[in-house]
Design a protein around this ligand. Structure first.
Ligand SMILES: CC(C)(COP(=O)(O)OP(=O)(O)OC[C@H]1O[C@@H](n2cnc3c(N)ncnc32)[C@H](O)[C@@H]1OP(=O)(O)O)[C@@H](O)C(=O)NCCC(=O)NCCS
Length: 152
């Protein structure tokens, strides 16, 4: 059975391994072990038979705005609705924080479009752009697409 739950520090190495797998294939951005430990309270994980098979994080950017980050589903578990399940859990967590807008920066816009997100110009995300993107080794030509959803 696959369960979804808040991440614990003991999950960090497996989360890191999952993200590294896709980051090495240039499908998502790297996260250091340190960055995952420091932000562990933002993460949820999918657990199956005591293994972490998926992860995702909700990072609050500003008043009424948060970002879905570090979303990954292990290769053999893809296309079973688990990515959607993680994003919906993160959206539920956002609602509890009274956040109504969530964005994602991704190389997989079609997945987010299926979940109701629409493509936006990155320029309307000033805090994200100026705080994090400019320090990224891929700035300014990372090729990530920005998408946004208004939660109901
Ligand atoms: C992107 C990712 C999280 C999707 O997870 P998943 O569990 O396979 O997705 P789901 O099964 O929940 O798919 C939900 C819907 O999106 C669609 N979808 C999933 N991946 C897609 C893709 N790459 N392109 C187009 N549509 C996609 C599914 O067909 C499904 O559509 P449906 O509701 O009409 O059936 C997963 O492929 C992954 O981990 N990729 C590598 C890391 C990555 O790219 N992360 C993205 C954020 S940086």
């Amino acid at each position: 059975m696959t369960t979804i739950r808040p991440a614990k520090v003991t999950d960090v190495k497996e989360i890191h391994k999952l993200i590294e797998y896709y980051a090495n294939k240039k499908e998502m951005l790297h996260r250091s072990l340190n960055a995952i430990y420091e932000n562990i309270q933002e993460f949820v994980v999918l657990e199956n038979k005591n293994r972490i098979i998926g992860c995702g994080a909700l990072h609050v950017s500003w008043k009424n705005l948060a970002e879905v980050k570090s979303l990954a589903i292990a290769e053999q578990y893809k296309k079973q609705g688990l990515g959607r399940r993680i994003v919906e859990k993160l959206q539920e967590n956002a609602r509890k924080l009274d956040i109504q807008k969530i964005f994602a920066l991704t190389f997989k816009p079609e997945f987010f479009k299926k979940l109701g997100y629409t493509v936006i110009l990155k320029e309307i995300l000033p805090h994200k752009i100026w705080n994090e993107c400019i320090n990224c080794y891929l700035f300014p030509d990372c090729g990530e697409i920005a998408l946004l959803i208004y939660l109901k």
